[in-house]
Design a protein around this ligand. Structure first.
Ligand code: PGA
Length: 261
């Protein structure tokens, strides 16, 4: 490895070029049958043009069958926003990874900040969910991110390290089959995006941790108020491999423009 082939982040250019681009939509608790049908149809039509990034949508559980039938045979993949740590049994209200796989899911979000803050999900639970997803043949998209207070206290990287700890402890073979997403909590749904430099700083630290583990090829997405206007400068950063998009994923044209960025 020559010095010239390393980016300022320490990432080698060949390493970065081996990672493909991925843009995932997180619909959160939005949609209904009629709105989804229009959105899925528009995405499918838009994705008939060659795409520079792989794209997927993570939809609410009741609409998995709808996403499956609308997107099957298209280049767009789909997934869910959460899963149980358990395989099956007396867990009222829970949804198992195998059930998601039954509906053709490729992705499942794990540890989204709204799950952590509103449902008390701990770092250890998030790692258990990631493990359950892998066991079901799904790709977990493990989300991490600091709050505004944590950023202002200067503890951003320590928070990310703590959140990732139990996930990275699953080892390189497991982590190598995951996707990670850095989503600063203060940027989610607020219209306040991290600057490309702020995001890159954290992505570089995550990449370094992945490299130490021997899993540097893992895709690391950025999320938090990504819009078509901000996507290109974020995705140009050496350690940002795409986006996890909330609000803007509900508008087909905007989401497709982000994927083209
Ligand atoms: P946002 O959401 O794009 O609406 O900020 C991102 C997310 O929560 O995944």
């Amino acid at each position: 490895m020559t010095a010239a082939s390393r980016s300022p982040s320490g990432a080698s250019t060949s390493e970065a070029s081996q990672r493909s681009r991925l843009v995932l939509g997180n619909w959160k608790m939005h949609g209904n049958l009629a709105e989804n049908a229009a959105l899925l149809e528009a995405l499918r039509t838009g994705a008939a043009q060659p795409l520079t990034a792989e794209i997927g949508v993570c939809v609410p559980f009741p609409y998995l069958a709808q996403a499956q039938s609308a997107l099957q045979g298209s280049p767009i993949s789909w997934g869910a926003q959460d899963l149980s740590t358990q395989e099956k049994g007396a867990y009222t209200g829970e949804v198992a990874g195998a059930m998601l796989a039954d509906f053709g899911c490729r992705w499942v979000l794990v540890g989204h900040s709204e799950r952590r803050s509103l449902h008390g999900e701990t770092d250890a639970l998030v790692a258990d969910k990631a493990k359950a997803a892998l066991a079901a043949g799904l790709t977990p998209v493990v989300c991490v991110g600091e709050t505004l207070d944590e950023r202002e206290a200067g503890s951003t990287l320590a928070v990310i390290e703590r959140q990732l700890g139990p996930v990275l402890a699953l080892g390189a073979p497991a982590v190598g089959r995951m996707v990670l997403a850095y989503e600063p909590v203060w940027a989610i749904g607020t219209g306040r995006t991290a600057t490309p430099e702020q995001a890159q700083e954290v992505h570089a630290a995550i990449r370094q941790a992945l490299r130490q583990l021997g899993a540097e090829q893992v895709q690391v997405l950025y999320g938090g108020s990504v819009k078509a206007a901000s996507a290109a400068s974020l995705f140009a950063m050496p350690d940002i491999d795409g986006g996890l998009v909330g609000g803007a994923s509900l508008v087909a044209e905007e989401f497709l423009r982000i994927a083209a960025a």
